[in-house]
Design a protein around this ligand. Structure first.
Ligand code: 5GP
Length: 189
């Protein structure tokens, strides 16, 4: 997606060898117009698949997921990372190792928000080693729901997430693909 690549080039910052900071439009400050274009793009890529719900993980997946839900006119459910007092015990859970925080979190979704009749699209901001998406797939398996595909805003193709999802036969669509960071610059492809 050209618009997104341009924003990554102009506003993204490379940290170390494998992290991209995009807090000017996605991870801290959010550009709603760009998010809307992203939601429309995912809706077009996964059109006519009878999607009933979007699944994501808090917090950075929520903005693109909501705009995709708006475009497809379906609800959005985000997996929560911390057990809150208001969360009932009746939840699906999965363990997810966080690439950026280097800690393991439990993610959870209240059982009342997903059911075996659902056909879901998983949306997330980044695909690195695939742990967040695999956690959502584990929950989808436990809930016996059909996953139509996975939409990722920014995929780093040099990390192993892509291959792990390919091995599971998942329909993956990424709007920007980064094959390397060279001298602090993003290389797409
Ligand atoms: P994975 O689970 O695929 O290893 O990592 C994906 C998650 O880690 C995303 O939900 C995102 O929050 C975070 N992440 C992974 N790589 C990056 C990155 O380069 N930049 C930012 N901002 N977040 C990342």
């Amino acid at each position: 997606m050209k618009l997104l690549e341009e924003r990554i080039k102009s506003e993204g910052r490379v940290l170390g060898t494998d992290v991209l900071k995009v807090d000017r439009f996605l991870n801290h400050q959010i550009d709603p117009m760009l998010m809307q274009a992203i939601g429309d793009e995912f809706a077009a890529l996964f059109a006519n698949q009878e999607i009933t719900k979007i699944l994501t993980v808090e917090s950075s997946g929520i903005a693109p997921a909501v705009m995709t839900g708006l475009a497809l006119q379906v609800p959005v459910v985000f997996a929560r990372k911390n057990k809150s007092l208001t969360l009932p015990n009746d939840v699906y859970t999965a363990e997810v190792y966080s690439f950026t925080k280097q800690t393991t979190n439990q993610i959870m979704i209240d059982r009342q928000f997903i059911s075996p009749d659902d056909k879901v699209l998983i949306i997330d901001d980044f695909l690195a080693n695939g742990q967040a998406v695999l956690g959502l797939l584990e929950i989808a398996d436990a809930a016996k729901i059909d996953v139509v595909g996975v939409g990722i805003v920014i995929e780093k193709t040099f990390q192993k997430g892509h291959q792990l999802l390919a091995e599971r036969g998942v329909h993956l669509e990424s709007l920007a693909k980064i094959k390397a960071f060279e001298d602090g610059e993003v290389v797409f492809g």
